[in-house]
Design a binder for this molecule. Structure first.
Ligand code: GLV
Length: 321
């Protein structure tokens, strides 16, 4: 192929664009316009590769309308925006951006857990509102992290990173549930014990969700699961919107079925369920778990490397099909 044609569908680091431009003709979207599907299809005409950022839906309809497309490289580890079987059927390579974000995302999961359990944003809002007039013995009393039981649902690379932080850093008892059990050597490194989903929900002081989104994992946590949790428990979702039934969670927070939640991802984001905005015992962040400059740069570079390798006839680095 002569110089490949690549679309970078959202704003990214200029230095990554400059690197791709050395090898390819590049169209960009540095104004970061959220294109509709027809607009994305129009811009993909004649393109051989696209760098997506996790929100762009790549499905059979789009693929049929973009016959020159050979590879879609997601700048995210999650790839529920890709219909991978449809991409395989169309002969289009799919790649994601794993590994480079693992530790940064595990850091954030832990930060969100601590902010949630220790009521950091709720108490900050109280202070900023000028309501703090005196010390009192139970003001914003939360729940302990150290020595508590951490239940991790989804024990991939990020889940393991959170387990190591909890077990080794905070002396937590770590239990986990996953589609498959970890190798004993990994369980030992994470000091993590495999349990059933119901045992995890009834036993954990803090439940951390790190499962990939799929039709099977839709509403992994709904009303029934929230009812199993301890009334003192916290729930943290850094995985994907849709893993939690946000309406059921808002009710559980309002009724104090559980004590608190920390959410970085939402059903239908960037829209946030209005009932979540109305309860005080939830920490809300705008899908930023991997957001440090070095990590986002590494993710963009990995997506670019996948495009450049594959379009120059070499294997993709992190293929999904
Ligand atoms: C972010 O959510 C990712 O999947 O990388």
């Amino acid at each position: 192929m002569s110089r490949p044609k690549i679309l970078i569908s959202r704003a990214v680091f200029p230095e990554v664009i400059a690197r791709v431009e050395q090898f390819a003709d590049v169209q960009t979207n540095q104004d970061d316009v959220l294109w509709t599907k027809p607009e994305l299809i129009a811009r993909l005409q004649g393109m051989n590769g696209v760098l997506t950022t996790g929100g762009e839906r790549i499905d059979a309809e789009l693929l049929a309308a973009c016959p020159d497309l050979k590879i879609c490289a997601n700048m995210a580890v999650g790839y529920n925006n890709f219909d991978v079987p449809a991409m395989t059927a169309a002969g289009v390579k799919a790649t994601n951006a794993p590994d480079v974000l693992t530790e940064t995302t595990a850091d954030f999961g832990f930060a969100l857990l601590m902010a949630t359990a220790r009521r950091m944003t709720e108490s900050e809002h109280y202070l900023r509102a000028g309501l703090w007039t005196k010390w009192s013995y139970d003001m914003f009393a939360g729940s302990d992290i150290h020595g508590s039981t951490l239940g991790i649902m989804g024990m991939g690379r990020i889940g393991q990173g959170i387990a190591r932080r909890g077990a080794h850093g905070f002396g937590m008892r770590v239990i986990y549930h996953n589609r498959s059990r970890l190798e004993p050597v990994l369980e030992a490194q994470c000091k993590a014990q495999y349990v059933s989903k119901s045992e995890l929900l009834t036993t954990a002081d803090h439940v951390m969700l790190v499962v990939p989104y799929s039709a099977e994992s839709h509403h992994t946590i709904g009303e029934a699961e929230l009812a199993l949790m301890k009334p003192t428990a916290t729930l943290v979702n850094i995985a994907r919107g849709g893993i939690v039934d946000d309406a059921a969670l808002a009710r559980a927070l309002k009724n104090r079925t559980i004590a608190a939640a920390g959410l970085d991802v939402f059903e239908g984001e960037p829209r946030v369920h209005p009932d979540l905005l109305g309860v005080p015992n939830v920490v809300l962040t705008p899908h930023i778990a991997s957001a440090t400059i070095p990590t986002r740069l590494a993710m963009a570079n990995l997506a670019a490397d996948n495009l450049l390798a594959f379009l120059s006839g070499k294997p993709a680095l992190t293929p999904l099909n």
